[in-house]
Ligand binder design. Structure first.
Ligand code: 9UX
Length: 71
């Protein structure tokens, strides 16, 4: 299991948080997602043999937000 942190752009309310979490969670192989509206950070735990980072950022993008991998 791998874990990465992303910065999310475009969130303004708690429903945005839900949308981003839902978008990341529906990626096959993602096991847990935690989004913080105050810090704009998203922590994702996933199986790196099933998920690439672009799968996560693309799904979040489709929901209308931008996910930037933290280095
Ligand atoms: Mo809240 Mo977020 O009304 O896209 S859902 S701003």
């Amino acid at each position: 299991m791998d874990q990465k942190t992303f910065t999310i752009e475009g969130m303004t309310c708690a429903a945005c948080v839900r949308s981003v979490e839902k978008a990341a969670l529906k990626v096959e192989g993602v096991s847990s997602v935690s989004v913080n509206l105050v810090t704009n950070k998203m922590e994702v735990a996933f199986d790196s043999t099933k998920v690439s980072l672009s799968d996560i950022t693309n799904s979040v993008q489709k929901a209308g937000y931008k996910a930037i991998l933290m280095t």
